[in-house]
Design a protein around this ligand. Structure first.
Ligand code: ADP
Ligand code: MG
Length: 474
């Protein structure tokens, strides 16, 4: 077999994949294309200068080892930077030899005319009539990077956030979309990025806003006939942070206006940071053109924290509050509260409160009571979305497949299981379960639940599915 650039690179990839986090692998290595092999020099194509800098900064050792395994001790790596700009045109190649005199990336200077010629610009944050152009950032200084503890579950999102904070608008992470389930730190991280930017670049206008408030402001502006002012206001911002963009789903007017604001900011090198409880692929009722914008930058997931991270978050919280607690108790809380960080904090706060109100020591017994209460509450909070995600993951399909109209047996079964667990773990009605799982009616859900009950009794393999899945929800 002849050795080609592609086969060499594929071997390198296999090695790299074994040595880094799957999310990092996906983000940093899958987009690379091997283009040329000349003697012992492999040329790889990367999508941006930033990408190249990131690889050099974080993965140069790993790349070296991988390449030397394939091409011997004199292996060389050449980067080809091929930028795809937002219109899909290719920019000319730039070649980079790693570790050569690296010139830092000059921020893209764009000559932009002032957006608003309107001196009466209305700031939706300000009571009408009072002229005030100074924009308050609405950031919470308590949500900063310092107290956003790092762990495997958030490393990618956290580093991407830091990179954005260092060069707002100047990285390929634009927009930066941070997604993940409830209580995993999206809002905290979004604020932290803003706070850091304000700290580094006090002259930049940073604005944090929830998608819900953004929507309200927009509706208000339509009512008052000030839609243009609303748009102009948002176009003045240097760093726009919108929290929980899934809230925009189904709201086409707000999506439309956001689309225009987004394009304007992006074209002018301004930074957009978004958070969402779902990955872009799983967002429903969001216009395609917006979704494709979300994918221009980086989508970084916040995953559920592992045990070590949970312990360090708890210890850090206790430390900041000046409370001491035996390790055994911290350990008990961290072992039992796994689903999200908000709950974790809630449990520890409740422990501290109980011990001080009742003036008693925090004992393991008290910790057990508190944890039990929290775990019970969490159980009730399993959402239908979450159930569909877990069942799809378990059967290695995506949620869209699970919801599709197909009659393929394994997909039908997965769908029925999702319905069964939705009935079991949520308070939703049959009709509501049906409409959320692939737009079915209540009779279909009822039938699904009966089928699952029957199969549980007769089919051993199926029973195993139920048991496995049950564990994931309890
Ligand atoms: P989300 O917006 O994803 O629902 P939040 O950002 O509100 O979650 O986080 C929930 C709580 O957990 C907050 O009090 C936040 O400070 C805390 N938290 C989340 N991630 C971390 C972390 N990595 N380190 C420390 N605290 C965290
Ligand atoms: Mg939030």
């Amino acid at each position: 077999m002849s050795v080609t650039a592609i086969s060499v690179w594929n071997n390198c990839l296999a090695f790299i994949e074994d040595n880094i986090q799957p999310q990092a692998f996906k983000t940093w290595f899958l987009p690379i294309k091997a283009v040329r092999l000349q003697e012992n020099a492999l040329s790889i194509q990367v999508p941006s200068k930033f990408f190249y800098e990131w690889l050099e900064e974080h993965y140069v050792k790993l790349l070296k080892v991988a390449l030397r395994k394939e091409l011997g001790p004199n292996a060389k790596l050449v980067y080809i930077i091929r930028m795809e700009n937002k219109y899909g045109n290719k920019e000319p190649f730039t070649e980079k030899i790693p570790s050569s005199n690296r010139s830092t990336m000059a921020p893209q200077e764009l000559d932009v005319p002032i957006t608003s010629k309107n001196p009466e610009l209305k700031n939706p944050f300000v009571i009408p009539g009072i002229r005030n152009i100074k924009i308050e950032s609405q950031l919470n200084p308590n949500y900063n990077f310092e107290n956003f503890l790092e762990g495997d579950s958030n490393r990618l999102a956290r580093s991407a956030g830091m990179a954005v904070a260092n060069k707002p608008g100047g990285t390929s992470f634009n927009p930066l979309l941070v997604f993940g389930g409830v209580g995993l730190g999206k809002t905290h991280l979004a604020h932290a990025i803003g706070v850091e930017i304000k700290d580094k670049y006090p002259e930049r206008t940073v604005l944090y806003i929830s998608a819900e408030k953004f929507t309200q402001q927009y509706i208000e502006s339509v009512k008052k006939n000030t839609r243009n002012d609303f748009i102009h206001f948002y176009q003045l911002i240097d760093v726009l942070i919108i929290d929980d963009v899934q809230f925009l789903s189904g709201k086409s007017g707000t999506q439309d206006v956001f689309f225009h604001i987004f394009n304007h900011l992006h074209q002018n090198g301004k930074q957009v940071i978004l958070t969402s409880d779902k990955a872009p692929v799983d967002m429903q009722d969001i216009e395609q053109r917006l979704l494709s914008r979300f994918k221009w930058g980086l989508s970084a997931e916040l995953q559920t924290p592992d045990y070590e991270t949970r312990v360090s978050i708890l210890k850090n919280k206790l430390y900041r509050d000046g409370v001491e607690m035996p390790d055994e108790i911290v350990d008990h809380v961290a072992k039992n509260i796994k689903s999200n960080i908000r709950e974790l904090e809630g449990a520890i706060i409740s422990l501290i409160a109980q011990s001080s109100f009742n003036k008693r020591e925090v004992t393991l017994e008290l910790a057990q009571q508190v944890v039990e209460k929290f775990v019970k509450n969490t159980k009730r909070e399993v959402s239908i979305d979450y159930i569909q995600k877990v069942v799809s993951d378990y059967f290695e399909m995506d949620v869209a497949t699970l919801q599709s109209k197909t009659r393929k047996r394994h997909i039908v079964q997965a769908r029925q299981l999702a319905m069964f667990f939705a009935k079991k773990f949520t308070k939703a009605s049959l009709a509501s379960i049906g409409s959320q799982i692939g737009k079915r009616d209540h009779a279909t859900v009822l039938h699904a639940c009966k089928t699952v009950d029957n199969l549980a009794e007769t089919d051993k393999q199926f029973r195993k599915y139920i048991e496995d899945l049950n564990k994931k929800f309890t």
